[in-house]
Each structure stands twice: as structure tokens, then as C-alpha cells.
Ligand binder design. Structure first.
Ligand code: GLU
Length: 299
């Protein structure tokens, strides 16, 4: 497979799912990944994670890009759409099948819930890939412990067999699962560090496991604290969070910087967006982004 971008420097990415407009949580991931890339003299690219076409909201990809533009983000290269990457995902799936690590799963959601622990009980492990009924494809979770050092969240580890279990890499409806798609794209785009929200921290061991099986390199990981509302719930698109209003872009950007522990000075209150970016790129310090930093946010 040809690599899409070839570089031996820092390459970061922002990978929104086009399921709605930009809200504060999306902005947080965009700003954190952007400033970390700038600080490392790197490239920052955008990937539209529309692999799950069932959740896609028409036009939201362009709306996200327009919002980013209005905030003054600058990205390198073309935006990559996961919906155009199916062949690459299929190729990776073949590699996993060749290692005899993939099996068809016909378990219903109800059966899985009834099985209790949340870890897949291995019910379909002995089924053959010739299975005729509708099925998902699961990856066998071996007794391997994945460890990594997250730049913000510290050292993490997870045993694939006992703490994760066999997981879906191709869904029953034929779509490739996020876990496989993201790993393939991070490799193809030469991503050197993944900066994203802490809601994906739990996915990281699965992604590293896949990278190891596929012979890919493992980028660095940096999970940003999640923005939560006054009730302590994550602010996300699916919960109908308010879209960011670009009329307030200066105060929103200052708020994000504050949330990320960067302590923007009071005299930035009257600054325009380019002055705030200038201050932010010069002063960005990932060490200030503390995992404990969970300022309730009132939107
Ligand atoms: N597409 C995911 C989201 O919008 C982010 C995935 C990632 O950064 O790995 O939440």
C-alpha cells in the first residue's frame, strides 16, 4: 500500500466524525492537537471519520471545515475521508485473517448483554469464516498486555484477553469498525502523535494491539481531559451539545486554552483571534494539561 503522506517529522491529526456541528469538546481536541503539532514544528492534518456512514449528517463535514477555517486553523494537504478508504481496510483485514485471528460472530446484542461481564465470552470463536448467516467479524484478543505512556494521562496498561476481549473489526452491516479504520489511517498518514479526547483512552490498547499485529508503528498518545457540563456529563454531539458560535471565537479560544491549563493572560481579553493564536503557539505547554483538570463548563 502506498503511503499518502511521507515525512519524517511530527505529523498530528484532528479526526472529527461528521455527525454534527463543532461543539466545545470538538474544539478542545482540535486546539490541543493543533498546538501540539505547531509546538513540534509539525504538520497538522484533518481526517473526516465518516467510516460509520449510518451516523453521518449530510453537510456536517463542510460545516466543521468552515468552522475550523473561521477560527483560523490551518491544515496541510487534502482532507482524507474514511469512506474512500475501504480498500485499505480490506487489505488490513486480510492480513489479520491470514494470522487466523479473525472469526465471524453471530451473537445478538441481547445475547451479549445477557452474557454479563461486558467482555465477549468467546461464543463464536470456533465458527468458520465461511459462515452463511449475517455476522460481524471479531479479532481474537490474545493474552497480551498492552502498555503505553500517555503524555497527559500517564502510564496505562490493559490485558487484551482478560480486560478487553475479542472485539469487532467489521460490523454486521458490512462497515469496517472505527478501531480498524483509525489504525490503518494513522499508519497511512504517518501520524507520529495522536492528540484527542480522553473518551478514546480506553480504545488505545486495542489500537496498539492492532498496530502490532499489522506490523505498523505506534504513534505517541496524548489524551486531553474531557469537557463536562455542570452535571459532570461529557459534552458531546450525540447529547445535543451546543454548536460553537464563531461570533464568540476569541472568547471560546481563550476558554479552551484556560481549560487546557495554559493560563492565557488577562490582557488577551481584548486581543483578536490571530493574537490569541500567536500567544498560544508560543506558550503551549503540554505539561500544563493536567488529567485532573476537569473544570465544569456551562454552555
Ligand atoms: N472520530 C472520533 C471523534 O470524533 C475521533 C477519533 C480519534 O481521534 O481517534 O470522536
Amino acid at each position: 500500500m502506498d503511503k499518502i503522506i511521507n515525512a519524517d517529522k511530527y505529523i498530528g491529526r484532528f479526526a472529527p466524525s461528521p455527525t454534527g456541528p463543532v461543539h466545545f469538546g470538538t474544539l478542545l481536541a482540535a486546539v490541543g492537537s493543533y498546538l501540539q503539532a505547531k509546538k513540534n514544528n509539525g504538520d497538522w492534518i484533518i481526517r473526516m471519520e465518516d467510516v460509520d456512514i449510518t451516523r453521518k449528517v449530510d453537510g456536517s463535514d463542510l460545516e466543521i471545515l468552515h468552522t475550523l477555517e473561521a477560527f483560523g486553523f490551518e491544515w496541510q494537504g487534502e482532507v482524507l475521508y474514511q469512506s474512500k478508504q475501504t480498500e485499505c481496510y480490506r487489505y488490513a483485514l486480510e492480513q489479520l485473517i491470514e494470522q487466523s485471528l479473525v472469526f465471524p460472530c453471530i451473537c445478538s446484542r441481547k445475547q451479549l448483554v445477557e452474557s454479563g461481564s461486558g467482555i465477549y465470552p468467546g461464543t463464536c470463536r470456533t465458527r468458520s469464516l465461511q459462515e452463511k448467516s449475517d455476522h460481524a467479524l471479531r479479532l481474537l484478543a490474545e493474552d497480551i498486555t498492552i502498555e503505553f505512556d500517555d503524555l497527559v494521562m500517564g502510564r496505562r496498561s490493559q490485558n487484551m484477553a482478560s480486560q478487553c476481549g475479542d472485539f469487532v473489526i467489521k460490523r454486521r452491516d458490512g462497515l469496517f469498525a472505527y478501531q480498524l479504520a483509525v489504525v490503518v489511517d494513522d499508519q497511512l498518514q504517518d501520524i507520529t502523535e495522536v492528540v484527542r479526547g480522553a473518551d478514546l483512552l480506553d480504545s488505545t490498547p486495542r489500537q496498539i494491539y492492532l498496530q502490532q499485529l499489522l506490523g505498523y508503528s505506534t504513534p505517541g498518545y496524548c489524551h486531553l481531559p474531557l469537557a463536562v457540563d455542570a452535571a459532570g456529563n461529557k459534552i458531546s454531539k450525540s447529547e445535543g451539545a451546543a454548536r460553537v458560535d464563531i461570533k464568540n471565537r476569541e472568547s471560546l479560544l481563550r476558554h479552551v486554552l484556560d481549560f487546557l491549563g495554559q493560563k492565557p493572560p488577562a490582557d488577551l481579553c481584548d486581543a483578536d483571534i490571530s493574537e490569541i493564536w500567536k500567544w498560544a503557539t508560543e506558550h503551549w505547554d503540554i505539561d500544563l494539561v493536567s488529567a485532573a483538570n476537569k473544570i465544569p463548563l456551562h454552555t
